[in-house]
Design a protein around this ligand. Structure first.
Ligand SMILES: NC(=O)c1ccc[n+]([C@@H]2O[C@H](COP(=O)([O-])OP(=O)(O)OC[C@H]3O[C@@H](n4cnc5c(N)ncnc54)[C@H](OP(=O)(O)O)[C@@H]3O)[C@@H](O)[C@H]2O)c1
Length: 239
């Protein structure tokens, strides 16, 4: 599997020069498309826009609005072969458990804010319990908290000839968390994928685990102000 940067709407999929079966394409259903009918239409619209007949992984972006209806449309599209896998994003344990208890197809993935400062240990245990793969968004906390100069990450990385970014990604991978680091720079993309030739030892893992602050560096989906902000965005920001 090759890894490519693909920006929907900017580079037509066919023009990237890589065969479709070597790409892993993920997209999400936004709140404005929540509900069975709207989600069903949005899946077909995405396939058309992407000029492909299947999406590798489709996620529900936020646990708001009629996401049960959305999920039913996704299950149907999965059965029809339009989606290879379906999952969710930003589902904290309460909503994830509720969904897992009542759907036919268990979400393959839950993409949530996860990095060394917010390790999501409790959420991770529930994902494991329900057979949902934990995927990190913001694996570098988007650089917050002086992420790239953190002394623990930098010192541990130096032992292996690796950067703080690579050390942080390795920590997540060894914690059974899938990572999707973002970079607009080719050399950093190469750096971020070069993490499969070293292994952090138990002592390193413990030192990095101790960086966990147990709370979001962005916003919490348990905070009413966040819920209002995102649901209002769902009403006004159409995609
Ligand atoms: N599901 C959701 O609600 C949600 C929310 C947020 C993000 N996401 C997704 O999560 C993925 C991760 O992106 P993110 O934006 O959250 O941020 P991130 O991966 O935590 O951090 C990206 C930042 O780190 C810098 N960076 C990347 N590699 C680096 C390196 N090796 N050394 C130093 N700096 C480096 C980038 O700058 P340069 O570009 O200049 O390299 C960029 O400023 C994206 O696919 C995004 O779409 C999902």
């Amino acid at each position: 599997m090759r890894v490519v940067a693909f920006f929907m709407g900017k580079i037509p999929l066919q023009k990237c020069g890589i065969p479709r079966n070597e790409l892993f394409l993920t997209t999400k259903v936004w709140i404005s498309n929540a509900g069975y009918e709207a989600a069903k239409a949005s899946i077909d619209k995405s396939l058309k826009k992407l000029q492909t007949d299947y999406i590798d992984l489709l996620l529900i972006h936020q646990p708001f609005g009629d996401y049960y209806g959305t999920y039913r449309a996704m299950e149907e599209a999965y059965q029809a072969g339009k989606l290879r896998a379906i999952g969710v994003s930003n589902f904290y344990p309460d909503r994830l458990i509720d969904l897992c208890q009542f759907v036919e197809i268990t979400p393959a993935v839950n993409q949530v804010e996860t990095h060394v400062f917010q390790q999501q240990k409790t959420a991770h245990e529930y994902m494991k319990k329900y057979g949902v793969q934990h995927e990190s968004w913001g694996p570098f906390a988007e650089g917050r908290n002086d992420f790239f100069t953190n002394p623990v990450l930098t010192e541990i990385g130096a032992k292996y000839g690796k950067s703080s970014a690579q050390t942080a990604l390795r920590f997540l991978l060894q914690s059974d968390v899938v990572v999707i680091p973002k970079s607009t720079r080719k050399e950093r993309m190469a750096e971020n994928i070069d993490v499969f030739d070293f292994t952090l030892n138990d002592e390193d893992m413990k030192a990095i685990a101790a960086l966990d602050e147990g709370e979001s560096l962005f916003f919490s989906h348990y905070d009413p102000a966040t819920v209002e902000m995102l649901t209002n965005m769902g009403k006004t920001r159409k995609v």
